[in-house]
Design a protein around this ligand. Structure first.
Ligand code: OGA
Ligand code: MN
Length: 196
């Protein structure tokens, strides 16, 4: 990953869309991991933390948190660790760790407009989403729509095509996932600072 370019864009625009920052072999492995045929892994996403946790009505995906014991997940996490250290060096963000989950949206699923920084989770600084969909067509929908901070105007729309990654300042950009008309696979992640 081109850390200098990413740092520059994050500092000047607050977000960056990368066409294919990861190598093809890793993407293929991640794609294989992002399948819910093992029923013990993926679960309906919940919103909130602790006692405020509830089954979400605003999002339709199922998720599975990355597993530090899995070699594929380790390889992805190692890339993100390099990025974390690089961004800390260039932007002094003090990023402390990275949490991430696979997500699968079925046909007819989306995620209503939201912020990734909610009460009780103010420690999310940077959001990343990596898309794992080969042969994604415009008719499949499922675009990520990113708004400026007031939520009124659209900053960018991203098609969830294979290997594309978006990185943005979690607090600055409300966003939504438009209804998907095909199975839509991704890894969403958050660089966090430590504390509350
Ligand atoms: C999220 C999210 C966007 C996407 O998981 O919080 O907004 O494009 N995902 O999948
Ligand atoms: Mn989000």
């Amino acid at each position: 990953m081109d850390i200098a370019k990413i740092s520059y864009q994050l500092e000047h625009s607050g977000y960056i869309v990368l066409a294919k920052p990861l190598v093809a072999e890793l993407l293929a492995d991640l794609f294989r991991r992002c399948h819910d045929d093992d029923s013990s892994r993926f679960h309906a996403a919940q919103v909130g933390r602790g006692t405020g946790k509830q089954l979400s009505t605003i999002r339709g995906d199922v998720i599975d948190w990355l597993d530090e014991a899995n070699v594929t997940d380790q390889a992805y996490l190692a890339c993100m660790e390099k990025l974390r250290l690089g961004l800390n060096e260039s932007l002094f963000l003090g990023l402390f760790d990275y949490e991430s989950h696979y997500a699968i949206y079925g046909k007819g699923d989306g995620y209503a407009k939201h912020s990734d920084v909610l009460q009780g989770q103010k420690n999310r600084i940077l959001t990343t989403v990596l898309y794992l969909n080969e042969d994604w067509h415009t008719r499949d929908g499922g675009e990520l729509v990113v708004f400026e901070s007031t939520g009124k105007s659209v900053v960018t729309t991203v098609s969830p095509t294979f290997g594309t990654m978006i990185i943005f300042l979690s607090e600055s950009f409300p966003h939504e996932v438009l209804l998907s008309h095909a199975t839509r696979r991704s890894i969403a992640g958050w660089f966090r600072v430590s504390g509350s």
